[in-house]
Write a protein that binds this ligand. Structure first.
Ligand code: ING
Length: 313
């Protein structure tokens, strides 16, 4: 019989944002993020997840000269004048947050980045996206591009887990959620909560994928990642239409059982919340996914040694 594990309840929010057009200023976007931060706080949240690239339109859909992309879409400092109001209000309300943005470093490196900010508005952790989807060439016949491999460098540091106001919190970005390795690296660091933002085009430019499968694979990735690593998981989407280009909705909060406990109903700015009990993961970690007792890394070598699929061994 499992010794009773004392509950550790916590108010978690996901702030899904609707489309951001090319014409939308960062100031107008930050006003929308502030509105959702306040709503989340009003609904008892101590932490809010904002989307990937939350300050601008999903610019990797456009082929542009690098100097223009860097000038228009990348943040040279974080925080900066545009986002300082978000940090100030979060500190005033005592709410932590995850925020995704495009980062340009002083050395000229470009990353698809996310930060964890605690309830005193200190940046606790930074992550630079590892799994960059898409391509770096111009696809002339495509209705839009997906140029993350052109505009971003691959992050040099693996996924980490930070103490975020007493919660062992890991983070990743968008395409990362589709790869089980992402979740396991954080699961092996005893994560309790994994948060991420995403921008997922509804239309697949590579083959006529039925649209409903975009939502299916997003939810499947979230639910399996959470369940197989005994973590609470939260995903904030940038959604709806951006200058006519469609991004899926489906922002969610998923329990360590892999169950969706909250899901966005729209493709607009929408806050979803849940009171999560961090103790829930313990039951799964002590039994079915007691990694120390059950995992057999000596049989997993292929996962690390091989990049692409190869011959049977
Ligand atoms: N977007 C998409 C994502 O992983 C994608 C790209 C969609 C890849 C569907 C494969 C299938 O959700 C980002 N930004 O990674």
């Amino acid at each position: 019989m499992n010794a009773h594990i004392p509950s550790r309840k916590f108010g978690l929010a996901v702030a899904q944002i609707g489309g951001i057009d090319l014409a939308d200023s960062r100031a107008s976007v930050v006003r929308r993020l502030l509105d959702m931060l306040r709503e989340a706080h009003g609904r008892g949240a101590g932490f809010v997840v904002f989307p990937e690239l939350a300050l601008t339109t999903f610019f990797p859909r456009y082929w542009m000269p690098l100097e223009d992309v860097e000038a228009r879409y990348f943040e040279k400092k974080m925080p900066n004048a545009d986002v300082q109001p978000l940090f100030d209000e979060a500190r005033r309300l005592g709410v932590g947050f995850y925020l995704g943005y495009a980062e340009l470093t002083p050395e000229g490196k470009r990353y698809n980045t996310s930060i964890l900010v605690d309830k005193s508005a200190n940046i606790v952790g930074k992550y630079r996206k590892i799994h960059l989807p898409g391509h770096d060439d111009h696809k002339a016949g495509a209705p839009f591009q997906h140029l993350e491999k052109k505009y971003f460098d691959v992050g040099e540091d693996t996924w980490k887990v930070w103490n975020m106001d007493g919660i062992r919190t890991g983070m990743c970005l968008c395409n990362d959620r589709r790869w089980p390795e992402t979740w396991r690296v954080m699961g092996l660091q005893s994560a309790e909560l994994i948060v991420l933002g995403y921008n997922t085009p509804a239309h697949n430019i590579h083959w006529p994928e039925p649209v409903h499968l975009r939502m299916q694979s997003h939810l499947l990735s979230m639910q399996s990642g959470a369940y197989q690593n005994c973590v609470w998981a939260a995903a904030a989407g940038k959604t709806g239409f951006e200058d006519g280009f469609h991004l899926i909705g489906g922002s969610v909060i998923v329990s360590p059982a892999g169950e969706i406990v909250a899901q966005a109903a729209t493709e607009e700015d929408e806050v979803i919340t849940a009171t999560i009990d961090l103790a829930m993961g313990e039951n799964f970690r002590k039994n079915i996914f007691d990694f120390a007792r059950h995992r057999r890394p000596e049989h997993y070598r292929l996962i690390v040694d091989r990049v692409g699929a190869g011959e049977a061994i």
